[in-house]
Ligand binder design. Structure first.
Ligand SMILES: *[C@@H]1O[C@H](CO)[C@@H](O)[C@H](O)[C@H]1NC(C)=O
Ligand SMILES: *[C@@H]1O[C@H](CO)[C@@H](O)[C@H](O)[C@H]1NC(C)=O
Ligand SMILES: *[C@@H]1O[C@H](CO)[C@@H](O)[C@H](O)[C@H]1NC(C)=O
Ligand SMILES: *[C@@H]1O[C@H](CO)[C@@H](O)[C@H](O)[C@H]1NC(C)=O
Length: 537
């Protein structure tokens, strides 16, 4: 529901010039100069005085890419999108009230004035290519430290929640969340601290991800021993353990669920089945439950495979960090993290790989990853555009893209035509990509096209997906949340910073893996139906 929430006005206390336009509005208007290709993409970077963070490394990279990317529209899209988080979403940067060495960075998702654990970790990940060790407060390393410290504080405050208010130190007033106002949630939380309290396993994994990325880019292990990181990891592990609780005890009694949620809503995906409990999950799978998906939609079955994959994958490097902290970490904690990662991998293999229920002619089903399972034998066979998804499993490093189970799963996810296809693969003349229930049928997500490119070695598949992205921004030159597959003028979210950064990250990945693709023209192919629809733009 992110796109439908009414925002409180941006608050006082921001260091931007008085005349800076609100980017929510700015990103809904097209601005000259336009790119010189047929799509005439707008210039969407705010005026330098209005940008929320300056990085000379990122500016240098954007300038260098002009000679790497041949197509003028593709370059404009990169130029607008890659710096979007730095340009628009670093809402506040400062230090903790009780410790001036503890940096804090409040990164908003874009068009909502709140910080998501998932979005902010991934917004930072876009800048991993320019991350290097630095003590300077003007560095990308400092931004990362600030995000990790603030996420640690959030997790110690309300570890079941997914998005949070600005820290008190910023002086920014809490944003109002009308949609969540009537929520009934256990454990309870304070709306002064928390924007929304949907329990999502991938939000916990996001904290591990941003930590692993910072360590990988800087080698700075000391940082993790200085503030509240170790305690935050313990809070994460406690939630993970509690959320292995099944629905029924061995005598059949309904157990207390550590997390309960219910909302008054007209959308099935915004609340739980069985009042506040969710659908039953079986005992003994070893998987961790997730109340919601990374779309912030509720899961159908709480044993949500992509988040279990992501959590297992990022426990591995964070266990290494923990081990390196030596005396500063409780004895046995690193080993506990490694053991949990291993047991999750075993549980995913045992319960998350299922035979396709229907195969033409009744042939025996092939084994693929399920999106969700309940442990009783039911599975949801689909994929959703948000990350973590099944499609993204090699992108977040859970497995190699050559993995045969992944390849079989991928074939289904990117197929809507066969009886075994993905019910949320969206087709049409404008863009063909995975969508999801969050925006609904007919809306393809460019984010899933980006993930398709990041996980493909097939030049024609990559080129086609990239051409569709470049041709479907409705002239704005930004990555929207979703695009109607029959009408590029109908899209959602004008300001979705994570998706923009991810697009830039993908272009930098292509520069390494497939530079010749960035030398191609993306001006459209003359004979396709796509062309005629794009001409209407
Ligand atoms: C970024 O640099 C511009 C000058 O190019 C300056 O006006 C602006 O205040 C800087 N922004 C921040 C957040 O430091
Ligand atoms: C700062 O406050 C937090 C609680 O908000 C506390 O956990 C932490 O230990 C404090 N740090 C110092 C250096 O006092
Ligand atoms: C760290 O970076 C290397 C490549 O530089 C990569 O192979 C490895 O997977 C990364 N580790 C993590 C935890 O991201
Ligand atoms: C590469 O992708 C194209 C377009 O999606 C597809 O037709 C072709 O079969 C793929 N090739 C391989 C080897 O998978």
């Amino acid at each position: 529901m992110k796109g439908n929430i009414v925002l409180t006005p941006l608050c006082a206390g921001v260091a931007l010039a008085q005349s800076c336009p609100d980017y929510s509005t700015y990103s809904q208007q097209r601005h000259a100069p336009f790119s010189s290709g047929r799509y005439q993409l707008s210039s969407m970077r705010p005026d330098p005085a209005c940008r929320t963070f300056n990085s000379s490394d990122v500016e240098g990279l954007i300038a260098r890419m002009e000679s790497v990317i041949a197509d003028p529209d593709l370059y404009r899209l990169f130029q607008n999108s890659y710096p979007n988080t730095l340009d628009t979403a670093i809402r506040w940067k400062g230090v903790a009230a009780n410790n001036s060495a503890e940096e804090l960075t409040f990164v908003i998702t874009g068009d909502i004035n709140a910080m998501w654990l998932r979005d902010s970790a991934n917004q930072m990940q876009s800048y991993l290519p320019v991350l290097e060790a630095s003590d300077s407060a003007d560095s990308i390393a400092s931004l990362y430290r600030g995000v990790i410290n603030l996420q640690a504080r959030y997790l110690l405050t309300s570890p079941f929640c997914n998005s949070f208010q600005a820290p008190a130190e910023s002086g920014i007033a809490p944003a109002t969340n009308g949609a969540a106002a009537g929520d009934s949630v256990t454990p309870p939380y304070s709306p002064d601290r928390v924007f929304e309290c949907k329990y999502e396993l991938d939000s916990l994994a996001a904290f591990l991800e941003v930590s692993a990325n910072y360590y990988n880019g800087t080698g700075d292990v000391d940082f993790f021993g200085k503030f509240q990181w170790v305690s935050a990891i313990q809070a994460v592990l406690n939630v993970a353990k509690e959320m292995q609780t099944p629905t029924y005890g061995s005598d059949g009694r309904v157990l207390d669920s550590p997390y309960l949620f219910t909302r008054e809503t007209t959308r099935a995906t915004e609340t739980f089945s069985n009042d506040e409990l969710g659908n039953p999950v079986a005992d003994g799978t070893g998987l961790i439950r997730s109340g919601f998906r990374p779309s912030d939609d509720s899961t159908i079955f709480q044993l949500f495979i992509p988040a279990n994959m992501m959590f297992a994958r990022y426990l591995e490097p964070t266990a290494e960090i923990m081990a390196k902290l030596g005396e500063k970490a409780p004895a046995g904690l690193a080993d506990e993290m490694s053991a949990l990662a291993k047991s999750l991998r075993r549980a995913i293999d045992a319960y998350g790989v299922v035979p396709l229920a229907r195969t033409p002619g009744g042939a025996e089903g092939e084994m693929i990853y399920a999106y969700e399972v309940d442990g009783f034998g039911s599975a949801v066979i689909m994929d959703d555009a948000n990350i973590p998804s099944l499609l993204a499993a090699p992108f977040f490093g859970y497995l190699d893209r050559s993995d045969p189970t992944y390849q079989r799963t991928r074939k289904r996810i990117l197929d809507a035509e066969s009886v075994n296809g993905n019910p949320y693969f969206m087709r049409g003349p404008v863009i063909n990509s995975v969508g999801g229930p969050h925006v609904g049928p007919g809306a393809a997500w460019p984010m899933a096209s980006i993930v398709r490119i990041l996980t493909s070695d097939n030049d024609s598949e990559i080129t086609r997906a990239l051409r569709e992205i470049v041709s479907s921004t409705d002239g704005y030159g930004l990555i929207h949340e979703s695009v109607n597959t029959f009408d590029a003028g109908r899209w959602t979210r004008q300001w979705f910073s994570w998706a923009n950064g991810l697009f830039g990250q993908m272009i930098l990945d292509l520069q390494d893996r497939k530079p010749s693709i960035l030398k191609q023209s993306f001006q459209g192919c003359k004979s396709s139906a796509r062309r005629s629809v794009a001409d209407l733009l």
